[in-house]
Write a protein that binds this ligand. Sequence first.
Ligand code: PBG
Length: 326
Amino acid sequence: MLNNQFKRHRRLRTSPAMRSLVRETHVTVDDLIYPLFVVEGDNIKNEVPSMPGVFQLSLDYLADEMKEVMELGIKAVMLFGVPEEKDETGTGAFSDHGIVQEATKLIKQEVPDLLVIADTCLCEYTSHGHCGVIEHEDVVNDASLELLAKTAVSQAKAGADIIAPSNMMDGFVIVIRQALDEAGFEQIPIMSYAVKYASAFYGPFRDAADSTPSFGDRKTYQMDPTNRLEALREAESDVDEGADFLIVKPALAYLDIVREVKDNFNLPIVAYNVSGEYAMVKAAAQQGWIDEQAIVMEKLTAMKRAGADLILTYFAKDAATWLQKS
Ligand code: PBG
């Protein structure tokens, strides 16, 4: 009999209700983290040219933006700082009145329930745009660690709920963990950019954060895009050093890595849907070439299916809005 010769998979696709019943992967607003660029100065709301819909915001605009984020049900934001002045060692990153510290204080005062994740890096604050201290045109690992630890402690003092080190120096998790503990912040988790590739997908971010390196590139500290085992080594070190979350970045071209990290470690995994991934969708959508909402939701679902527990995405507000309507 024909009926015994093949399986009827289409039975489970016959109606929206049937498809919904057997759906394996769900994106919810609880999965989303919204990255934000906070800038020193007043009355600044600059749209980033390569990231339509993403703005550099001064503090006077921040409270309203945060209320909108809360109303959409988003639970966490990730803060990146854009200082007025930069210097050789990036002192703006660890100043108690730095832009991320001030933004954090404001958010914690205005919308205390919103979680603030502080990106802990130096590249937005250094005159050369690298993520650490430079000697002989090289980024020096251990000297950079000290500054990173200072940055983390000052962010925690300002009220940050989670510290997210992203500069890819070896040992950054343990050094930050120790510094936070010594300063009495043993309850503050570390969301480590454990697996961060040297990727061309960060281009638009560097416009937004004004952090393009003035010489060379980041290939001596960020990972080679061809490597898989190296991702497991990086993640393993961060787990050993005390990380509480592991970020894989970028997301889309690295979904295989998201899956590997998820299968090998038992911490919450965060996929970072980075700036270039956002820019490509926006550009095509502006041309009318794709259905933006459908594409974005498909991508976010793919990240979850690959094993991400959380997604850092510039589409967080859009996705939250669409999810409310669906
Ligand atoms: C800072 C940092 C970068 C991104 C997040 N943190 C830029 C970089 O490493 O060059 C990129 C995020 C994005 O592209 O959306 N080190």
